[in-house]
Write a protein that binds this ligand. Sequence first.
Ligand SMILES: Cc1ncc(COP(=O)(O)O)c(C=O)c1O
Length: 449
Amino acid sequence: MNKILEPVRMDLPHLAGPLPGPRAKAVMERDARAVSSSYTRGYPLVAESASGAMVQDVDGNRFLDFNAGIAVVAAGHCHPRVVDAIQKQAARLIHMSGTDFYYDEMVTLAEKLAEIAPGDVERRVSFGNSGAEAVEGCIKLARWSTGRDKIIAFFGAFHGRTMGALSLTARKSVQRAGFGPLIPGVVHAPYPNCYRCPFGQKEETCAVECVKHIEETLLKTIAPPEETAAIVVEVVQGEGGYVVPPKKFFDELARVARQNGILLVCDEVQSGMGRTGKMWAAEHFDVVPDIFAVAKGIASGMPLGATVARADLMTWPPGAHASTFGGNPVCCAAALATIALLQEGLVENAARMGAHIRSRIDDWPARFPTVGQVRGLGLMIGIEMVRDQRTREKAPQIRDRVVDLAFERGLLVLGAGENSLRLCPPLVVTREQCDFAVDTLEECLKLAV
Ligand SMILES: Cc1ncc(COP(=O)(O)O)c(C=O)c1O
């Protein structure tokens, strides 16, 4: 384990001056003129270099990164083994287009993903460049292989921003506004959230109620089983607030899918690749998806997405689906290096560090009146901020203040959902770095009231 951690920076934050510094300000001014106005930047971090869980900005400030590039750099920033794999591959073969030619790296990665996929099921893999593309692949394959067009997705879901993935996304109106019409045939169901049961029920009843809504309302009205291709679900809702559903939800969902010949499609884009302390979040719930989407952590920062399906489903004919860059040799090499590191100890480290953080923060609702709930799996931890624990009134402003205060202290965190904080550090994070993050957040929680 130490062999994996030692080569990356394990130090703690150091701020050289006020934020943002002069160089950061200059980049931000140019960015405001040249880059799309649609990007959401919460605080002025202008990154220059990074290693492990540490990021250095253009003014020499060092931050502890509890975002991991939004749950992407699984093996940490610039892990030497990932960098080495990229450099060697780039010097040998950068591109060939797997759509029309063969190369070993794509086959090896497909074999590896099939080997580590949940369930004892034969798998085949289609490659793209992003999470959204991986989800597009799921939608297309589900429709093609069933001959049905309807898809059931969930409120609060985030599946990406291409037109298909966006049609499933139901997180914030700004993400969909002005882009319609989206693809037809998509309907949404409530996602179980025990803290905020969409049916106003007591804990865990939400799971049963949500699936009942699918079975007794959607399937009997606007999404009849003979027209419904798939239920697409985030195993842990990510952008929606790091919401962990009860196991009962997946038991019921799998039953409804099975009984109606509907495919169960899991979006593991954010929750996969060791993030939750197991390779796949699905493993926590004994879920074996028919098809699942992977991206983010798969190649520790290189753009790669994968649609992994039951082999008997992925039988579409040549030309039906492909991507010029998807699964290019350099990204595949980075992914193979990342998966090796995950298997050599990083998934275990995620479980251990996640448990350590939880042992220090699970009592926050008792200690901080603005913390409503602490939840999560492994290093996918959500902290729901409220104005009043009794009424559970949401407190997005307090959450935003905590994020800003943390930044001013050298800790990078992000929000998720309307009023939650998310902690998703690289899986190489150390105990000392976790303690720094917890201590810093405790200080910020005291200040942000
Ligand atoms: C669960 C989930 N699916 C899909 C996506 C889309 O991924 P990308 O931004 O790589 O297209 C995201 C991105 O946040 C995600 O969290």
